[in-house]
Design a protein around this ligand. Structure first.
Ligand code: MRU
Length: 355
């Protein structure tokens, strides 16, 4: 059994959902009850839940919650629109909402409430299986390196694409957990991922899982790669275009460039629900712009254990904050999905119509 957080990232409780509030991590482990559509939309928008697969599943739970009281066509449509508008880049959100619409719209409104909960649960269960399969396929990459060198396999990742971002053992971290389970020694380079510091969440879960890791400043990635201290880079993705261009947390592109320049393989790990076959290339992926405050402030724990936010730059400082960037397919060695590893140019073989 690979790593799971002490509290599930999301679970049903009656007609509500309980989430692990990720804005409090890694300093506090707190849960939050989501009982209304507005609470679910706020949780996604404010990143109380985050990570592409978890955002999708949370939206599905949000549909079920919204239909608790009213499941007519107009309310269903309004619910889907509200949730679709929460965050633009992670396509899993739209994938999950399309799946909910397809399942619920043909039903009589009186049947929709329970059907929505059942479908949300099905999405939760299938994400666990998908992440597990990504781990099973991806571990071969680490296994191969382990046979070629002494010492741990040194994997660099970015952001958090682990159990906290999914409903299973993660995407980019799933092969690492599987390697740990099989006794393959691993060391993970974790970049802090400013401005929201999702790398701290990665370090938090790797620590709990007993996986050796080191936290680095984002800007240290290049020198570590150039010095030969990284065997491969694996990151998640929020949307993969049909040609393999992949949007992930801002900073991913720079790692891919450094990896290419130094002959280090760079993999994207993502479920097929993250592949947007209707999007031809990275130029068509919508990139979320977030507030300047995320750049101008920092949150941490002070010496007395209080969680505090500090201002780094004066309020009003011009601080553009694109939350994602696009790594072109030419920099990507392979895309790791629940169906195995393929070159970006082979992605089209996985498109539903040719499956
Ligand atoms: O803004 P976030 O924290 O939702 O962004 C998350 C990422 O970019 C992850 O790396 C990505 O969603 C992959 S999740 C398995």
């Amino acid at each position: 059994m690979s790593y799971q957080p002490p509290t599930p990232t999301i679970a049903r409780d009656g007609d509500s959902a309980i989430i692990l509030d990720q804005t409090r991590l890694p300093y506090r482990s707190c849960t939050l009850r989501l009982a209304t559509l507005e609470a679910v939309a706020t949780a996604i928008r404010s990143m109380q839940v985050r990570g592409a697969p978890l955002i999708g599943a949370t939206a599905a739970f949000g549909v079920a919650i919204a239909l608790n009281e009213n499941a007519d066509d107009a309310h269903l449509a309004q619910t889907l629109d509200t949730l679709a508008a929460t965050r633009p880049t992670a396509v899993n959100l739209h994938w999950a909402l399309a799946r909910m619409r397809e399942r619920l719209l043909p039903l009589d409104p009186s049947m929709r409430h329970e059907a929505a909960w059942a479908e949300a649960e099905a999405i939760r269960r299938s994400d666990f299986e998908t992440c597990t399969a990504i781990g099973q396929h991806g571990v071969a990459l680490l296994q191969r390196i382990a046979t070629q060198r002494d010492g741990p396999v040194r994997v660099m990742t970015h952001c958090n694409a682990g159990a906290l971002a999914t409903l299973g053992p993660g995407t980019a971290l799933a092969p690492i957990y599987e390697a740990q389970r099989r006794g393959i020694p691993v060391k993970v380079w974790v970049s802090e991922t400013r401005p929201r510091n999702q790398g701290l969440l990665t370090a938090w879960e790797l620590r709990q899982a007993g996986v050796r890791h080191a936290l680095i400043a984002d800007n240290a990635a290049g020198i570590l790669i150039a010095r030969g201290e990284v065997d491969l880079v694996i990151t998640g993705a929020d949307r993969v275009a049909a040609n393999g261009d992949s949007a992930n947390k801002v900073g991913t592109y720079l790692k891919a460039l450094a990896a290419k320049d130094n002959g280090v393989p760079f993999y994207i790990a993502a479920p097929l629900s993250t592949v947007d076959f209707s999007c031809p290339d990275g130029a068509h992926i919508p990139i979320e712009d977030r507030g300047a405050d995320e750049v101008c402030t920092i949150t941490g724990e002070n010496e007395t254990g209080e969680v505090v936010s500090l201002r780094l730059a004066p309020a009003g400082t011009d601080a553009p904050n694109p939350a994602f960037d696009v790594t072109p397919a030419r920099l990507i060695t392979g895309i790791l999905t629940e169906f195995g590893i393929c070159a970006p140019s082979e992605l089209s073989k996985l498109a539903p119509e040719s499956a």
